[in-house]
Ligand binder design. Sequence first.
Ligand code: ATP
Ligand code: MG
Length: 340
Amino acid sequence: MLHVGLLYTKMETSNKNMEELNPHGAIQMNVTVKAIEKALFSKGHKVTLFPATFDLLQRISRIKDLDVIFNACTGITNKRQQANVVAMLELQHIPFVGSSLSTQILGLHKQISKRLFRSANIPTPQFQVFYTGEEEIEKHLRYPLIVKPEHEGSSLGISNDSVVFNEDSLKKKVKEIIGIFDQPALVEEFVSGREFTVGVLGNDDPEVLPILEILYDDKNKDGLMTVDIKAKDAVGIVCPAEIDVEIAEKIRDYAKRAYKALGCNEYARIDVRLDENNIPNFIEINTLPGMQPNYSDFPRMAKVAGYTYEDLIDKMVRLAIEKSRVDNEKKEEFYVGATS
Ligand SMILES: Nc1ncnc2c1ncn2[C@@H]1O[C@H](COP(=O)(O)OP(=O)(O)OP(=O)(O)O)[C@@H](O)[C@H]1O
Ligand SMILES: [Mg+2]
């Protein structure tokens, strides 16, 4: 039996603006936390719930017998703080499930992930970041382009008019996104082929879960995971995707390389689309993917790989403990080496 601290975002404390932009977030968080808690109980673990607050560090340090923390927290009052929360976890000496602070930051900033994909030779759509909306558009970019917030999730800011076909609508949309989300706008070439999502689970030799394809209906032929479609779960999915073996192999190889390039731990989910030459283009990596059973893609893919939800949660906790044990051993070896 392990004593697990379960850390989550208490949505009532979220700011009103965020609640309007992400009206389904609170329900999703509540359902997920209950499901993780139940899964941990079912494996015989003791669970202490920690809603994330600014004095989190003191609250955690008061409990002396925690073995591990399950981090399901998407920030205290906004998503950017997902990284601040992990920063607090790194300051204590308890293993925690999920990637480190540096990885969370690399994953949160889509433009940085994309630069890392490129340096690992993983194809990603051409892009430009707009900070004001007054910038000159780089000549190499080809319409249609998609405009999205540089660091959001849950498809926030994605609607049918996110895809633009000329400079006027591009500038208008860029200014709108910067204004609403208070962050730069990422403009990318729109890759309109089949869309997949890929789960990676593990540390040293991570496992790529069966690839999941997202199927859009005829009304949404080019396919776009808008905020409404995402919240209503209004797409078809096929897992494992029916896909050419060579393309699947490429996606798996790129996924492992992307996971390593960002230094992910335990789990991550990567979004991919095929371009007109059937080349998988990596769109983004989610370093804290949703874990709502029978809804979020990660547990769905894990189920196809043979993990019940309970087994998956238990495995993640054990991976975190093992990672921490190995890290501590390395540190000890280093200090012994340094003093001998
Ligand atoms: N360059 C692109 N080309 C084609 N479609 C894109 C592109 N970028 C984003 N999309 C579409 O918009 C959706 C949301 O984009 P993205 O994954 O970057 O946002 P997100 O809000 O971080 O997603 P998540 O909900 O996975 O956290 C994608 O699933 C895809 O349908
Ligand atoms: Mg995505």
